[in-house]
Design a protein around this ligand. Sequence first.
Ligand code: C5P
Length: 218
Amino acid sequence: MKVAALIPAAGSGTRLGLGPKAFVPVEGRTLLGRSAAALTPHVHEVLIALPAGLDLPGDVPGRAVLGGDTRQASVLALLRATDADVVLIHDAARPFLPVRVIHDLLVAVQEVGAATAALPVADTLVRADRAGDWGTLTPREGLWAVQTPQAFRRAALIAAHEAALADGHAATDDAGLIARAGQPVALVPGDARLLKVTTPGDLLLAQALARVWDAEAS
Ligand code: C5P
C-alpha cells in the first residue's frame, strides 16, 4: 500500500500579513518545513502545493506542485499528481503534528476508508446576529472541531473532489467532501498542539509551543 502525504501550502496568508503563510518561520523553521518533516518518515512521498512563482526551500523534503486559487483546488492538483493508494492530507499551517495522530489515522483509513483528526469542542457556542449580538445558543454536546491530518483512499477522494467541482460545491476540508459523497469518515482523537496558525495571535502561541516541541525532540 503506497501512502503519500499531500500538503496544501499555496495560501496567501492574508490574515497573518507576513506573506505566503507556509513560509513564515517559527523559532527558525518555516511552518511548511515543520509540517513536511513530521510526515516524511511515515509515507512513501511528500507532495506540496505552492503558490505560483515560489519554489520549495532546499531544507523542505518533498516534490512541488502548482497550487490553485482555493485550498480545494490545491488539494485536487496534489491528488492528480500522485498514484498512491492512500493519501494523508495535512495543512502546512499546522506545524506541530504528533506521531500518534499519524498512526491512528493510518489504522482508521484501512478500516473505514476515510478518517480525520478531531477534538471535542470545549467552548460554549453561539450563533451571533449581524451586529455581533448573542443569537442562538448551540449545545456543544456531540460537536467536534475538525483538524488535519485527514486520511483517504485516493480514488474515493478524487471522485468526491471531481463531483464537487462539477457541482460548484465549495468545502473547507476533504472529509466534508467524502461525507457529501455519502461515505463514512472516522474521527480519531486530534491534539491541541495541532493548532492552525491563522492570525498573529496564533503565531505567538506557535512560537511558545515551538520551544517546548523542539526541546522534547532534541
Ligand atoms: O487559509 P487556511 O489557513 O484555511 O488554509 C489552510 C491550508 O490550505 C494552508 O496550509 C494553506 O497554505 C492552504 N491553501 C492552499 N491553497 C489555497 C489556499 C490555502 O494550499 N489557495
